[in-house]
Design a protein around this ligand. Structure first.
Ligand code: B16
Ligand code: MG
Length: 219
């Protein structure tokens, strides 16, 4: 294993609840709809604008807004979201992650962020994790979001490895599909049925260890 390609939201910290709260506020205020709870997981790994398109489909208002209005609403949601993530600290790092990063650093295995989030640099800074990563792929610079392979291919390239030499870690179905499509080895965190396409699935981030990643890589 020459590198580990990390998803951020749902792997390093739990931001899904903040995304959902921000989208719920926007949907209520601008579209007049209440989002059902299952939207929290349906938006995992999905880019900002694609998330808004799904919400507008749900509200059945897709044809009523110009691209400029859609961009304006996406910006507004991001404002609500940034207010929440500005309060993140080291205490918000998910269990098992500091130990895993230490194990990988001790073995000199580089780690890269392959997140759909344009807020990844701010989140990493607030968690105090920026220096643990060799690179953060800019999602604005890849042609297609997850489930397309682009962001994981770019992450492997950022450390001079081929995807086949890397393990990708993800909590979202779209992310597992993207890792497999890139030709890297997928480790899923979450529901075994939902993430069945991963090589190995563990229930929580506390179960992520170097041994698990290596086991997936050797499988
Ligand atoms: P932003 P990941 C994804 O991050 C989130 O899971 C998804 O809910 C969010 O819409 C997307 O980032 C874009 O985030 O609005 O901050 O650019 O799971 O790929 O780390
Ligand atoms: Mg995620």
């Amino acid at each position: 294993m020459q590198g580990v390609l990390f998803d951020l939201d749902g792997i390093l910290t739990d931001t899904a609840k903040f995304h959902f709260a921000a989208w719920s506020r926007l949907a209520q205020e601008k579209l007049g709809v209440t989002l059902p709870a299952e939207f929290e997981s349906r938006l995992k790994g999905v880019s900002r604008v694609d998330s808004l398109v799904r919400i507008m489909d749900y509200a059945q208002v897709t044809d009523q807004y110009t691209p400029e209005q859609i961009e304006q609403m996406a910006n507004e949601k991001n404002g609500y979201y940034v207010q929440a993530i500005e309060k993140l600290t080291q205490a918000d790092i998910l269990p098992g992650i500091p130990a895993l990063l230490a194990e990988l650093a001790a073995r000199k295995i580089p780690c890269v962020i392959a997140s759909a989030s344009k807020n990844a640099p701010l989140i990493l800074k607030n968690l105090g994790l920026t220096s643990e990563f060799a690179a953060i792929v800019d999602p604005a610079k890849v042609a297609h979001g997850k489930p397309a392979p682009d962001i994981f291919s770019a992450a492997a390239q950022a450390i001079g490895a081929s995807p086949a030499e890397c393990v990708g870690v993800e909590d979202a179905v779209a992310g597992i599909t993207a890792i497999n499509a890139a030709g890297a080895v997928a480790v899923g965190v979450g529901d075994p049925q939902e993430l069945a396409a991963a090589e190995i699935i563990v229930p929580t981030t506390a179960d992520l260890t170097y041994a698990v990643l290596e086991q997936a890589y050797q499988a």
